[in-house]
Ligand binder design. Structure first.
Ligand code: UDP
Length: 353
């Protein structure tokens, strides 16, 4: 069997590393890796290939820094050429980025089966570009690998069920990943405060709205007076803040460049708590037994909110400070193995493929 894997963004490298590791253990599957280039800075791409031992992509498309339509369209043109040449049995896509959508749409139009890892996730906010990408990808996929039962239910509610697709609960590959790599994670080679809150921020709904962004930063400044805020800053957020002439020299927030995954796992396990708008980090906080304040009004990972591990506060300054005060010294005592499988999602996915 021949599989073409389409990846392009940081979280996809992490997810694909799990499945690719499982694929190479078999000699009946050939995997061709296509990197669209959506994320291209060395610290957003290359470091993950190196650390997670993902082999060099067979194709690198270098498609980035475009509007959504131009990006998806350009990716489709290039992916079509590759699929015509490689004639795969299955195209494997991950998550919810423009690379996911471009890979899925191109394959489906060529009558090639699409397999979607992290299927069925919904924020129910169609203003998020990721929500559109997920909904369309799930609708045109033949194989849907859901992290849990909630995701299956979301698919069923949209009329996607076993009559028109194969749906499986695989567990979450990010849980596999954390279990595998946390044993070899390492202290980053940078100055790190003794006690810190770990923060990331990159969703368009926050970065594209200066008022929201500055409200969040103002809250983080206040929190920094009590506990250091360590903030590996996403290139998009950095660019927006530079445009807004944010005073990086004067801020109390401890900004650092994005770190590799192994560094990130170390930071997670040594942090006091997590403040983020990242999808993946919400789960990783839970796996690492840390409370998470999510800088969004909704989340795809509703079970974390319902179980009291994760708190949605949008971009409200006072709510962020209040929630930080409430959680910073609170003990976390919820099991990390309740919601996302048993750490063998990668193997299950490859078996089902
Ligand atoms: N991550 C990382 N270095 C960083 C920030 C994040 O390795 O400086 C990892 C993080 O641990 C998680 C993934 O990147 O595994 C999440 O990616 P991101 O937040 O970009 O995307 P999302 O999960 O929101 O789609």
């Amino acid at each position: 069997m021949k599989i073409v894997t389409i990846i392009g963004a940081r979280p996809q490298f992490i997810k694909a590393a799990v499945v690719s590791r499982s694929i190479v253990q078999r000699n009946d599957i050939q995997e061709i890796i296509v990197h669209t280039g959506q994320h291209f800075d060395p610290e957003m791409s290359e470091v993950f290939f190196k650390e997670l031992m993902i082999r060099e992509p067979d194709y690198f498309l270098d498609i980035n820094n475009m509007t959504h339509g131009a990006m998806v369209g350009t990716m489709m043109i290039e992916i079509e050429k590759i699929l015509l040449k490689e004639c795969p049995d299955i195209v494997l896509v991950y998550g919810d980025t423009n690379s996911t959508l471009a890979g899925a749409l191109t394959a489906a139009k060529m009558n090639i089966k699409v397999a979607h890892v992290e299927a069925g996730l919904r924020s129910f906010n169609r203003k998020m570009p990721e929500e559109i990408n997920r909904m369309v990808t799930d609708k045109i996929s033949s194989l849907l690998f859901c992290p849990n039962e909630n995701a299956v239910q979301n698919l069923k509610n949209e009329g996607i069920n076993s009559t028109n697709a194969t749906i499986a609960i695989s567990g979450d590959v990010m849980y596999d990943s954390l279990l595998y790599y946390q044993k070899i994670c390492k202290r980053p080679n940078i100055a790190i405060p003794d006690h810190f809150v770990l923060c990331t921020l990159h969703r368009e709904e926050n970065t594209n709205n200066p008022e929201n962004l500055l409200a969040i930063l103002s809250a983080l400044e206040q929190i920094s007076l009590k506990t250091s805020v360590l903030f590996p800053i996403h290139p998009r957020t950095q660019a927006v803040l530079e445009q807004l002439q944010y005073d990086f020299a004067k801020t109390l927030i401890h900004f650092i460049t994005p770190v590799g995954y192994l560094d990130m796992l170390w930071l997670l396990s040594h942090s006091k708590m997590v403040i983020t708008d990242s999808g993946g980090l919400q789960k990783e906080a839970y796996f690492s037994q840390k409370y998470c304040i999510t800088l969004r009004n909704e989340t795809e990972w509703t079970e974390l909110v319902e179980s009291g591990c994760n708190f949605l506060i949008g971009c409200h300054k006072e709510n962020l400070i209040t929630k930080y005060n409430e959680l910073i010294y609170k003990e976390f005592n919820i099991s990390s193995s309740l919601f996302y499988g048993d750490g063998h999602a990668g193997n299950k996915i490859v078996e089902l493929l």
